[in-house]
Write a protein that binds this ligand. Structure first.
Ligand code: UFG
Length: 328
């Protein structure tokens, strides 16, 4: 297949592109480079463009004879989404609909969509399965859930086939150490912990120690970005083989608290990492753990890097090799 990867220069997108380049498929990365890094993409075709640019999208579909889309391009900061919902609805929803419209115009009927655990909101029962009631607690989650609904409606009317992958906490880096996480600003726990170790930050704060969890800090399900990338390949190939539209959770089914992540990182780097106890961060659910049985059973997804220590070790490898991230 000729596969268009939107957001292919981003953290998760670049890992998806790397894994795709090792298959028989042809890859076209489409990225506006607002957050992405061209240096994170090592092959295939590259188009610098925005999803708001319908003409460029149409030209790209025509030029490369696209068969399927993996759609990751989006804004993804929960806090920012609450302060600037317009940005999130425009980029994640309206621009995403542009992409779907161009797909339909070019008879492309297969899309794998980058969704999120944030579609669920506060959940009582763990692990989280795909069918439970969804009440996102933030704008980011609402834009992703809304887009899932748009794809369902497009299926009804235009026969669009879609798989939504609901990521839990993507983390780690490709084993090569060539690509990894480089956000500006960085808000994610594991890279922040490692930046503290490298002396790039003065302080590491634990956001809240009074949650109803085993040590009072938030529990998350960390999943290695390469395992996540592999799921995209399974999903796009399954759609090509007639798989019905659906949604899958992607996590390891194990929850680790913020304190446990810091302890594990201390083991990986061989030094005690100091953290200060701070206030809760707005919008953080206490606990998010995925059941990923559905994608294991239906698509045969088998994570290779499920262990938290391995996940952090691969991130540490990337951060040590690239203390400044990608050179721009
Ligand atoms: N945390 C700290 N200190 C920090 C940074 C994070 O204590 O300096 C805590 C957070 O409060 C949270 C945990 O570490 O409890 C993980 O935080 P991340 O920011 O790494 O990840 P989130 O769970 O907040 O968010 C991730 C994705 C979002 C997605 C969400 C879905 O980054 O895009 O999962 O639940 F919406």
């Amino acid at each position: 297949m000729n596969i268009l990867v939107t957001g292919g220069a981003g953290y998760i997108g670049s890992h998806v592109v790397k894994e795709l380049l090792a298959t028989e498929h042809q890859v076209v990365t489409y990225d506006n480079l607002q957050k992405g890094h061209q240096d994170a993409v090592f092959g295939g075709e590259f188009v610098t463009g925005d999803l708001a640019d319908k003409q460029l999208l149409a030209d790209t579909f025509k030029k490369y004879d696209i068969d399927a889309v993996i759609h990751l391009a989006a804004d993804s900061l929960v806090g920012e989404s609450m302060e600037n919902p317009a940005k999130y609805y425009h980029n994640n929803l309206i621009n995403g609909i542009n992409l779907l419209d161009v797909m339909i115009e070019h008879d492309v009927d297969k899309i794998v969509f980058s969704s999120t655990a944030a579609v669920y909101g506060e959940v009582e029962e763990m692990p989280i399965t795909e069918e439970i009631e969804k009440e996102p607690t933030n704008v980011y989650g609402r834009t992703k859930l809304a887009f899932e609904q748009v794809m369902k409606d497009y299926q009804q009317a235009y026969d669009l086939k879609h798989i939504s992958l609901r990521y839990f906490n993507a983390s780690g880096a490709d084993e090569s150490g060539e690509i990894g996480e480089d956000h500006d600003p960085e808000t994610h726990l594991i890279p922040i912990v490692l930046q503290k170790v490298l002396g790039q930050r003065d302080e590491l704060a634990i956001f809240g120690t009074d949650y109803p969890t085993r040590d009072g800090t938030c529990v998350r399900d960390y999943i290695h970005v390469t395992d996540l990338a592999q799921a995209h390949i399974l999903a796009v190939e399954a759609l090509n083989e007639g798989q019905e539209s659906t949604a899958y959770n992607l996590g390891n089914g194990d929850g680790y608290s913020v304190k446990e992540v810091i302890e594990t990182a201390s083991e990986v780097v061989g030094n005690n990492i100091d953290a200060v106890e701070g206030e809760r961060r707005a919008g953080d659910p206490a606990k998010l753990i995925a059941s990923s049985n559905k994608i294991k059973e239906e698509l045969g997804w088998t994570p290779q890097y499920g262990d938290l220590k391995t996940i952090i070790a691969t991130a540490w490898n990337w951060h040590q090799n690239n203390p400044q991230g990608f050179e721009e």
